[in-house]
Design a protein around this ligand. Structure first.
Ligand SMILES: [Zn+2]
Length: 445
C-alpha cells in the first residue's frame, strides 16, 4: 500500500500495464494450443475470413489471444491486407463512404485502433516499425508527397491514425513518435531551409510544413496538455525569432486561393479577427498552465517578435491579436511596457485598444478596467499622471494623423480612413464616458 502511495502516477500506470501484459502472457501459455476452430483451418482460410470483417471487428478479434493477434499482424503486413487496409482514395472520397461503408477519416481512425491493439505488447520502437511501412508507402502521408494537398485528406487521415494509436502514451513515448516523424519526413532540415531564407522565398515549402504540422501533429488533439506538448516539440529547438517565424508559418494568415502564407498582410493593411485567431489560440495555449515548458516572459517575447514579422505590423493588427490572446496576456504585455518605461509606446497601444474595442464590439468597460490595472504598475502618482497626459496626447495625435490621411488620401483609401476616424471619435467618447461612470461611481442605465 505504502509502496503504491509513493509511486508516481506514471509508474503506477507502467506497472499496471506490465502486470496486464504478464497476465496476458500467462494466459497465453495456457491458450497457445487452444485456437479453437482457427487451429484446424489453413492460414489462407483465416485470411479469407479477415477479408470479410470490418477493420473495427478485426481489431476486436486481435484482442482474443496472442496467437490471433500475431495472425492479424501478419495479415496487416501481407500484400492483400495492405491493399485492403491502406486505402488511398484521399482525393476522390471526401467524406463520402468507401466500399466498406465508412468515410476515409473514420477508416484511418479504426486502423489506428487496430494497430494500437495489435502492437500493444511491443516496445514503442517496434510498434513504430509497423507504422513506418504505411507512412513510407503512401505518398499522400509524406510532407511533400501529394501533388494536390489542398484537395487531399491524406495528412488528416495520417493525423487521425496517429492520434488513436498514440492516445494515452506517456511523454517519453510521444517524444519517440515526434523523433520518428521528424526522421521520416526530414522535418527539421525542411524547417531550417524555410527559416534560413527570406519569408515567402520558399513559399511552397512553407505551405507544406504548415499543412504537415497542422494536420498530422497539432489539429487533432482535444486535450490541451497534449496539444501543448506537440507545439512545444515543434518550437522549442529554435531561438525566439525562429519560434515566432514558425508560429506565423503554422498559424498565420494564408491565401484562400492557394494556401500560401501571407507575409505582408499585417504590415500593409488592417485585417479582421479571423486572420489572427490561429496565432492567438497558439499563444493562449503556450501561456496556459498545460504548457509547462513556457514562461510568461517567453510568450511576451514571442508577441514582440511576431509584431515585426517580417516587417512592423500596423498597430491596430497588433492590438487585435493582443485582445484575442485574452485578458491576462493582454494585461501582461501592457504592464511590461509600463514597467520598462515605454510610456509613449504604451499610450499609442491604449489608443488602438480603445479603437479595436469600438470596432469589434468589445466592452469599453473592460478597456477602462485594463488601463486602470496597468496604471497601478507605475511606481508613483507623478508617473501615472504623466502617462495619462501622454495617453490623451496620443489620442489627439492619432486623430490628427487620420484626419491628415483623409484630407490628402486618394478616394479608395479615403473611405477606410474616414471610417476609422469616425470609429475613433466614438471610441474616445465611449472610453471617457466609462471613466466618468467609474470616477463618479454611477452605473450606466
Ligand atoms: Zn494527396
Amino acid at each position: 500500500m505504502l509502496q503504491q502511495i509513493c509511486m508516481s502516477p506514471k509508474l503506477i500506470l507502467r506497472s499496471s500495464t506490465w502486470r496486464f501484459r504478464m497476465a496476458y502472457e500467462r494466459h497465453e501459455c495456457l491458450d497457445m494450443c487452444v485456437l479453437g476452430h482457427f487451429q484446424a483451418m489453413p492460414m489462407e482460410i483465416c485470411d479469407f475470413i479477415l477479408e470479410y470483417l470490418s477493420v473495427s471487428d478485426i481489431s476486436t478479434l486481435s484482442l482474443v489471444s496472442k496467437s490471433i493477434n500475431k495472425h492479424v499482424l501478419n495479415y496487416i503486413s501481407s500484400t492483400n491486407g495492405g491493399r485492403r487496409l491502406f486505402r488511398q482514395d484521399f482525393h476522390t472520397s471526401g467524406l463520402a463512404e468507401g466500399k466498406s461503408g465508412t468515410s476515409i477519416l473514420e477508416h484511418y481512425r479504426s486502423l489506428g485502433l487496430l494497430f494500437k491493439r495489435c502492437t500493444f505488447l511491443m516496445a514503442t520502437r517496434q510498434r513504430l516499425k509497423y507504422v513506418r511501412r504505411m507512412l513510407c508507402d503512401i505518398p499522400c502521408f509524406k510532407l511533400c508527397g501529394c501533388r494536390a494537398p489542398l484537395q487531399c485528406l491524406g495528412l488528416q487521415c495520417c493525423g487521425s491514425f496517429l492520434k488513436i494509436l498514440t492516445a494515452g502514451w506517456d511523454e517519453y513515448e510521444c517524444h519517440k513518435v515526434y523523433n520518428f516523424l521528424c526522421d521520416l519526413t526530414n522535418l527539421t532540415v525542411k524547417m531550417q531551409n524555410v527559416l534560413n531564407r527570406k519569408p515567402g522565398s520558399a513559399e511552397e515549402l512553407e505551405w507544406r510544413v504548415r499543412l504537415y504540422c497542422r494536420n498530422v501533429m497539432l489539429d487533432h488533439w482535444t486535450v490541451r496538455s497534449v496539444s501543448a506538448f506537440w507545439l512545444s516539440r515543434l518550437l522549442k529547438p529554435w531561438p525566439a525569432v525562429h519560434q515566432a517565424r514558425l508560429l506565423y508559418i503554422i498559424f498565420g494568415p494564408v491565401s484562400a486561393t492557394d494556401g500560401h502564407v501571407l507575409w505582408t498582410s499585417l504590415s500593409e493593411g488592417v485585417v479582421d479577427m479571423s486572420s489572427l485567431e490561429g496565432l492567438a489560440d497558439a499563444l493562449r495555449l503556450l501561456y496556459s498552465s498545460e504548457a509547462r515548458e513556457w514562461t510568461a516572459q517567453d510568450v511576451t517575447g514571442l508577441l514582440d517578435e511576431l509584431s515585426v514579422m517580417p516587417q512592423a505590423w500596423l498597430l491596430e493588427n497588433n492590438v487585435r491579436l493582443l485582445i484575442l490572446c485574452g485578458n491576462e496576456i493582454c494585461f501582461m504585455f501592457l504592464a511590461g511596457r509600463a514597467v520598462t518605461g515605454h510610456t509613449a509606446d504604451l499610450a499609442r497601444t491604449v489608443v488602438f485598444l480603445v479603437l479595436v474595442c469600438e470596432k469589434d464590439f468589445y466592452s469599453m468597460k473592460w478597456a477602462v478596467k485594463t488601463v486602470q490595472r496597468v496604471c497601478k504598475m507605475f511606481r508613483s502618482n507623478a508617473e501615472r499622471r504623466n502617462f495619462l497626459k501622454i495617453m490623451e496626447n496620443a489620442f489627439a495625435q492619432v486623430f490628427m494623423d487620420l484626419l491628415g490621411s483623409v484630407i490628402s488620401g486618394g478616394r479608395g483609401e479615403d473611405d477606410s480612413n474616414f471610417q476609422t476616424l469616425f470609429c475613433l471619435v466614438k471610441a474616445q467618447a465611449n472610453f471617457h464616458k466609462e471613466i466618468l461612470y467609474l470616477t463618479l461611481n454611477c452605473l450606466p442605465v
